[in-house]
Design a protein around this ligand. Sequence first.
Ligand code: KPL
Length: 294
Amino acid sequence: MDIVVVGAGSLGSLVGGLLAREHDVTLVGREPHVGTVTESGLSVVGTEEFRVYPNAQTTVSQGADLALVTVKAYDTAALAADLADCTFDACLSLQNGMGNESQLAAELDCPVLAGTCSYGARLREPGTVAFTGRGEVVLGDRDGGRSTVADEVGAAFRAAGIETTVATDMPTRLWEKLAVNAGINAVTALARVENGALADSPADAIAADAARETAAVAREQDVNLSDERAVSLVERVVDDTAANHSSMLQDVSAGRRTEIDAINGYVADTATKPVPVNETLAALVRTWERHREQ
Ligand code: KPL
């Protein structure tokens, strides 16, 4: 399969690198990462170690069988407009936050699949991505139900050795993933700790409360997500990705904008009842973001 990975940051580089073992992959990212990959290949270190030689470029200039989107949620709308000029057979969003798929589908003339990914990754230096935790990719039709395209993309991921489930209940899965990110990302970013530090820590109750509030908002949207399931998913991901720096911690450490608006901010904005833990986490991270800009 011919795959363009748009957003070769930590996760995009890891998933793109794994896919490149089996498929023709083009990574679209920023310099100096792109230049280093072009010159010396992409080195994956940690949980599995290997080097692959995908194409790498800074803009999307061609179509492909699959556009795999891993950009930050706040870049989705602009990217969707850029992708509209290329022809893809399918598009898969493996991004944090809600609403990415509908923004892509509004511009693209191909099926847009929804996906979640709990693999842990960190861009260590240009050309090198650390594989910090084996997780799972779950993908499927964004509105739920069976889809041949999702089966084909799932088979392509599995052929590359990526743990992949094709699901028929993606709307629920996206809320589950939102609960995990709402519980883990802001807390680890504010405390400046890796995911595993949340286990049995003074902050694990904050993470659990953020996940419970997210489950309550999901139920307001007619999504069947219990408090218990939301909390147990947070605990499982904390365990599975213990050595990982969450994407928000990576953003804060690098002085970059975060995805707070699409995670705790989204929960707070969508809730019809108070969600004080998500509101507090969103306010703290937004305060950091504003301070960083001054
Ligand atoms: O999605 C993640 C993220 O960091 O954004 C988790 C699953 C929490 C892994 O770190």
